[in-house]
Structures are given as C-alpha cells and as structure tokens.
Write a protein that binds this ligand. Structure first.
Ligand code: NAD
Length: 501
C-alpha cells in the first residue's frame, strides 16, 4: 500500500495549527522504511505564537480551582486508558518498538498521569500557628507560568507524560516540543487533554528541531524547561536555559551496567540481561548495555546469554511474536552498526553478530539484529560511547570491588543493577554505587510514578529529578507568608531584626 505521507501539524490553542510551515521533516515507519508523515518544523515565530497563546491561557488556568484541575486530569486519565491501544499503535508506527513494548510505555505514562490526579494533596503547604505570639507562618506552592518540555524519540508517549500532567496540575501552561522523529503521539495526547476539558492554550505542541529548542531556551516568557535527550544536548540545554534565567532540568544519556556476582542465579541474570539489553532494540535510557561478570561466572553467563539472544525474534512490531523491532532511522541504524566493526578492531570478541540475524519484516526496514560482545575493555569506544542500540557488552571483573570501580568510574550514572542472592552484598552495592537508580535483581529500575526519576553525573544536569515529588517541586515555586492580624498591642517602631517571642 502506497499512501501519501500525511501532514503532522503543530497543536496550538487547542487545535491543529493551520498555518504554512516553511520547513518540514520526514517521519518514517521504521519497519518498512516508508515516509508516512511530514512534520511541520517550527521557526521562531511559530514558537513565539505558541508561547503567547500559552501565556494568555496561563492567566486563567493558574486561578482554576484544584477541583477543576483534578476533574480535567481524571478525565484525561480515563480517556488515555480507554484509548491506550491506539496510542501504542502510533508509537510502534513511528518508533518501531514492538506493540507489547509500546503498550508498556503507555502504561507507565498512564501511571504518571494518575500521580498528577492527586495534586490537591501534593500542593498542600505547611502551616505554623503562633510561630511568634499572634503570628502565623504558612507556605504556598504557586505555578511558574509557561514551561517548555523537550522530549526524545525513544519514549514519544511516556516522556512527555512524565512532565505534562504535573506541570498542568500545578497550574502552569505548557509548550511541548517532542522529537521530530516520532511526533504523532504528542498530538494524540494534546487532543485527549482537549477532550478532557483542558482549556485551549494550556497545552500546546510545537514540532521542530534545534531552532525551536533554541527559541524556547531564549524566550523571556518561558520560565522553566524540562529536557530529556542525549548528554551533549542536555548539557547545552541546561547551560543555555540557565543563562537565560530559567529553571532547567536536563536528563541526559546513559551507559547502564548490570553487575552479576558469583552467587547470582545465572539463568535469571541471563534472562534479565537479554530483556534489558535488547528490549526496544536497546533504545532505552535505562537499557542495560554492559554486563559486568564477576569471576568466575563470565563464561557460563555469556553462553546462557548467547543461547537466548540467538532465539530472539526480530521483526515488524505489529506482527505477533516479534520481540524486537527496527531502529528508529536508517542513519541511527548505520551508526549503531558501525560499532560492530569498531568493536572487533579494538579487540573485543564478537560473539553474536546482529547483521546475520533473521528478520521478519520488509527488507527496507531499519534492521539490525541483537549483537553480543565479550571481553570488552573500558578503553574501547564500544564501552565508552552510548551506542543506544541492540549491542550488549560483557566485561569481566576479578572481584566485587573491581566491578564497583568500573561502574563508578563511568561518566554516566543513570541506572544500574546488581544480581546476587547475598543481601549484604546488595546492600553494600546500593550504598556505594554512584548511580541515581539502582536495581537489586531488577534490571530496569525505572522508579514508580510516586518516586522520581533521575540519574547522576552526566545523566542529569540540574538538581530536580523528573516526575513524582520532584516534578511537583520543579513546576512550582514556594512562597512563605508570615502574618498577624493587628491589634493595638502590636504598635511601636523597632529597627531590630524580627525575633520570635
Ligand atoms: P537528542 O538529544 O538527539 O534529542 C532530544 C531532543 O532534543 C529532541 O526533541 C531533539 O529535537 C532536540 N535536539 C536534538 N539536537 C539538538 C540540538 N543540537 N540543539 C537543540 N535541540 C536538539 O536525543 P534522542 O536521540 O531523541 O534520544 C535519545 C537520547 O535520549 C539518548 O541519549 C538517551 O539516553 C536519552 N534519554 C535519556 C533519558 C533519561 O531519562 N535520562 C530518557 C530517554 C532518553
């Protein structure tokens, strides 16, 4: 079937934008290689238009009651739940991940929206009666204004929903700039919010690339930016946004290690390594990309991983039984594939070559099968770079301490996992490891929505993690009121610093 690519417009002021876009970008179905959409790419004036609309909407929305906001959020939650399969299908069609995986992404997005439904409780301030005689002190949390959300390609539904429900629930207006590689999920989400009764202009979607991001970072009416993407761009966004006086949280890339101690159940560890290494074709910021096998388990663990990898079914994510889909673009696939030759040239052992894996899908899809390297060294590009594809490395370590040193010396600190049956060793690891999210016999320790998500070191710039309590904190500013209701005994001039009595 050869249908013409459809236009994917911005969403501004509660409806699809009908202006003329000077630039557009191709959106592919990665499993067929076909161009299925052309997305508008915003210039400065379109970003300005969206920010102006959001600013106007904010003036009303900030004064909306908590009851009104929760009605909208509960409504959105119900609509998302009812239409989650549609959203998952949109994700698969533009990202390529298999449908069951896209369904998992949407489920986690739903949980983030559910957390925001509790906003009346989350926005409660403190109150101290009689802090000084006749004086009460209390705190308020107020919204910031217009906030920008800039998201990556790999979770086109979940990452926007890490931020948007909390930002809106706190009383802000949002301009969302999703990845231009898979933009349709953002429009679907915006339409659901509109259907749930969110006033026009409180959530806007501006599609685009660097010029759109740069305008959001510089625009004086954008008060805060939540960013998720690769480390170089995260660093740039943090530095540029803060230089323009904005509050910024910028989540970056990762290189996640799974440490397997000698007492671990090696079958469970091999299952976990393969699931976390190759799920979503390795295009997850919490993917395991390095297994650190502590002596003497290396040979046995590697052979267990190999037998599982060879059985993985790679193909079109819409076909039943496929476990791993294509990569997001041909260019990204080629970049990931280049690490196979580089790894061999650098001296690692190529144990499973993903170029030879059978594929259940169209020849033009952006395929690369699962690849396993053993005896990888920390000096190799295979180890140092975030590859963001289905390439898993096994490193050997002589002891727990050596394994821990490897993890802690890595510049990234997003997620990690330890596999062991020794509670004492696990406790020591969780205490000593310099990583923001730790799994104990759990390979992808993405925190539930009522905790917060964030890495350490080069995996996060700023001090607020995403969603959960940190999300509410990020999207509000605190005001503390010190008040008394005057009576004549409060008269008299006193130049001293106020003391409590
Ligand atoms: P990316 O950095 O290329 O793009 C992220 C966003 O920034 C997109 O919206 C994109 O349009 C924009 N952008 C890209 N280049 C830019 C530039 N030069 N200037 C300004 N804006 C720019 O990331 P990606 O390829 O879309 O996503 C994959 C990356 O995201 C991986 O590094 C992955 O680890 C990371 N990621 C991190 C987390 C996390 O929570 N830490 C979660 C998901 C993905």
């Amino acid at each position: 079937m050869n249908t013409a690519p459809r236009r994917i417009p911005h969403w501004i002021g509660g409806k699809p934008w009908d202006g003329a876009s000077a630039r557009s970008g191709d959106v592919h179905d990665p499993a067929t290689g076909r161009v299925t959409g052309r997305v508008d790419l915003a210039d400065e004036s379109t970003v300005d238009e969206a920010v102006a609309v959001a600013r106007e909407a904010f003036a009303q929305w900030r004064d909306s009651s908590l009851a009104r906001r929760t009605t909208v959020l509960f409504g959105f939650r119900e609509l998302l739940d009812a239409r989650k399969d549609e959203l998952a299908a949109i994700v698969t069609a533009e990202h390529g991940k298999v449908l069951s995986d896209a369904g998992g992404e949407v489920q986690r997005a739903l949980e983030a929206a559910e957390f925001a439904c509790g906003i009346p409780h989350l926005l409660k301030g403190g109150f101290s009666e009689n802090a000084s005689t006749g004086v009460d002190v209390y705190s308020l949390r107020q919204p910031l204004g217009v906030v920008g959300v800039i998201s990556p390609f790999n979770f086109p539904a979940m990452v926007p929903l890490w931020f948007v429900p909390n930002a809106i629930a706190c009383g802000n207006a949002v301009v969302l700039k999703p990845s231009e590689k898979d933009p349709s999920a953002a429009n679907f989400i915006a339409a659901l919010f509109a259907e749930a009764g969110l006033p026009d202009g409180v959530l806007n979607v501006v599609h685009g690339d660097k010029p759109a991001v740069d305008r959001l970072l510089a625009h004086p009416d954008v008060k805060a930016v939540s960013f998720v993407g690769s480390t170089p761009v995260a660093r740039y966004v943090y530095e540029t946004g803060t230089r323009h006086g904005k509050r910024v949280q910028a989540l970056g890339g990762a290189k996640n290690h799974m440490v397997v101690l000698p007492d671990a159940d090696l079958d469970l560890a091999a299952d976990a390594a393969v699931s976390a290494g190759f799920g979503s074709a390795g295009e997850r910021c919490m993917a395991i990309s390095v297994v650190v096998a502590v002596d003497p388990v290396g040979d046995e663990l590697t052979s267990k991983i190999v037998s599982r990898v060879e059985r993985l079914r790679v193909g079109d994510g819409r076909r039943p039984g496929c476990e791993m889909g294509p990569l997001v673009t041909a260019a990204h696939r080629d970049r990931v594939r280049s690490y196979l030759d580089a790894g061999v040239a650098e001296g690692a052992s190529l144990v499973v070559d993903g170029r030879l894996h059978a594929v259940d899908g169209a020849a033009e899809g952006f395929w690369l099968g699962p690849t396993l390297f053993d005896h990888v060294g920390t000096d190799m590009s295979l180890y140092r770079d975030e590859i963001f594809g289905p390439v898993l490395s096994v490193l050997r370590a002589a002891s727990y301490d050596e394994a821990l040193d490897v993890v802690n010396a890595n510049p990234y600190g997003n997620g990690t996992a330890v596999f062991t049956n020794d509670g004492g060793a696990a406790r020591r690891f969780q205490h000593e490891v310099e990583v923001g999210m730790v799994g104990v016999n759990v390979p992808i320790p993405v925190p539930v929505s009522y905790y917060s998500f964030g890495g350490w070191k080069d995996s996060l710039f700023g001090d607020s993690h995403a969603y959960g309590p940190d999300g509410v904190h990020f999207f509000t500013r605190t005001k503390v009121v010190t008040g008394r209701w005057l009576d004549p005994s409060h008269g008299g001039v006193n130049l001293g610093f106020p003391r409590n009595a």
